[in-house]
Write a protein that binds this ligand. Structure first.
Ligand code: GLN
Length: 309
C-alpha cells in the first residue's frame, strides 16, 4: 500500500504545476474573486490519519456540497417521505435547469440539483424561523467536523441573493405546484446561506467521515445515521453528485462524490477514507476541473475505486 501522505503531497504538487485550470464561476459575483491557482486536498482514513496537500487549510465556499448535509438532515426529519417531494434519478441536465422541472410537474429529479436542494431546504425550514433552520444546518456541520469555527460567508450569501434569479424561478415554479410549504423568500434565504458556508478541505473531509464508515464517526464512535442511510446517501452522490457530469465522474474516479461551484468536491471511499479536494476552476458541467483529475489520480494510485482496480 503506497504511503498516503506521500501520494497526497505528490498529487498536490502535480496539480500546482498544471496549466489547465478550468474557469472560475462568475455567475455569483463573489465567487469570481477566487484564486484559480489554488489547490487543496485532504484525506482522512479509517484510523483518523489526516493527509494534507496544497491549500488544504484554506476555507472556500462549499456551495452545493452543503446539499449532502441538508439531505442528511431532511432524511432525519422526514425519513422516506422525503422521496415524495424529490426524486433520486440522475438529471442528465444542468444543475439549474428550469425546463426539466416543468416537464416533471414541479417534482425535482434529485436532491442535488438546485430545485431538489431548494425543496429539501424547505422541508428543513418547516416549523422554524429561517435563522433557526440555518443555525441547525451550520451546527450540524460544526458537529460533524468537530470545529465551531466554521462560518457562513455573508458576502457570498448576499451576492447570491442579489443575482439568484434562476433559483427564484425554480422556487416559484415549485411553489406553484405546492412542492414548497414556506414563503419562497424564506426558503431561498436559507438555501443561499447554506450554500455560502465556508470550509477548508480538512474540515470538509472531517465532516464527511460518517459517510465513509457506515454512518459513524470511527474516531468518536458516535453514530450520525444508520448504515443503511449512509449507503443510500452515497448511492445518490454516485449517481447525481456531479449533475450532467455524474457519469464521467463515476467512470474516471469511481467514488460517490458531491461537487460545488466553489470548486470543492467531497468524495467518499467507503470503509477507507473521506476525501475533500478544492480547485476553483470548473469544467463545462460546473464541476472542479483539477479536483476531478486529482481524485482520479488518487483512486488510481491507492486502488480505491469502488469498482475495483
Ligand atoms: N448556490 C449555487 C446555486 O444555487 C449552488 C450551485 C452549485 O454549487 N452547483 O447556483
Amino acid at each position: 500500500m503506497p504511503d498516503l501522505d506521500l501520494v497526497v503531497k505528490e498529487i498536490a504538487e502535480e496539480m500546482r504545476q498544471r496549466p489547465d485550470r478550468g474557469e472560475v464561476a462568475t455567475y455569483i459575483p463573489e465567487l469570481a474573486r477566487a484564486d484559480a491557482n489554488a489547490f487543496g486536498l485532504a484525506v482522512i482514513d479509517a484510523d483518523g490519519n489526516v493527509a494534507l496537500g496544497g491549500d488544504a487549510e484554506t476555507p472556500f465556499s462549499i456551495q452545493s456540497i452543503s446539499k449532502v448535509f441538508t439531505l442528511t438532515l431532511a432524511l432525519g426529519k422526514a425519513g422516506d417521505l422525503l422521496w415524495q417531494r424529490v426524486g433520486r434519478e440522475p438529471s442528465g441536465s444542468a444543475f439549474n435547469s428550469i425546463v426539466q422541472l416543468e416537464y416533471e410537474r414541479g417534482i425535482p429529479r434529485n436532491p442535488f440539483i438546485n430545485a431538489g436542494a431548494i425543496a429539501v431546504t424547505d422541508l428543513i425550514l418547516s416549523g422554524h424561523q429561517p435563522r433557526e433552520a440555518l443555525g441547525e444546518i451550520l451546527r450540524f456541520l460544526q458537529f460533524l467536523a468537530d470545529d465551531t469555527t466554521i462560518m457562513i460567508d455573508e458576502q457570498v450569501a448576499a451576492s447570491e441573493r442579489a443575482t439568484g434569479f434562476r433559483n427564484a424561478a425554480l422556487a416559484n415554479y415549485m411553489k406553484a405546484y405546492g412542492v414548497l410549504s414556506n414563503p419562497v423568500e424564506f426558503t431561498l434565504g436559507v438555501y443561499f446561506h447554506h450554500c455560502a458556508i465556508a470550509m477548508s478541505c480538512r474540515q470538509l473531509a472531517m465532516a464527511g467521515r460518517f459517510l465513509a464508515h457506515q454512518g459513524r464517526n470511527p474516531s468518536t464512535g458516535r453514530s450520525v445515521v444508520s448504515p443503511e442511510r449512509a449507503r443510500r446517501i452515497n448511492a445518490v452522490m454516485l449517481t447525481c453528485g456531479h449533475y450532467d457530469g455524474s457519469g464521467e465522474f463515476a467512470y474516471r474516479v469511481g467514488l460517490p462524490g458531491k461537487s460545488g461551484v466553489g470548486g470543492g468536491i467531497l468524495a467518499i471511499a467507503p470503509g477507507k477514507a473521506s476525501i475533500a479536494v478544492w480547485s476553483p476552476g470548473l469544467d463545462a458541467a460546473g464541476n472542479s476541473h483539477l479536483g476531478r483529475i486529482a481524485l482520479e489520480a488518487l483512486t488510481k494510485r491507492l486502488g480505491w475505486s469502488i469498482f475495483g482496480a
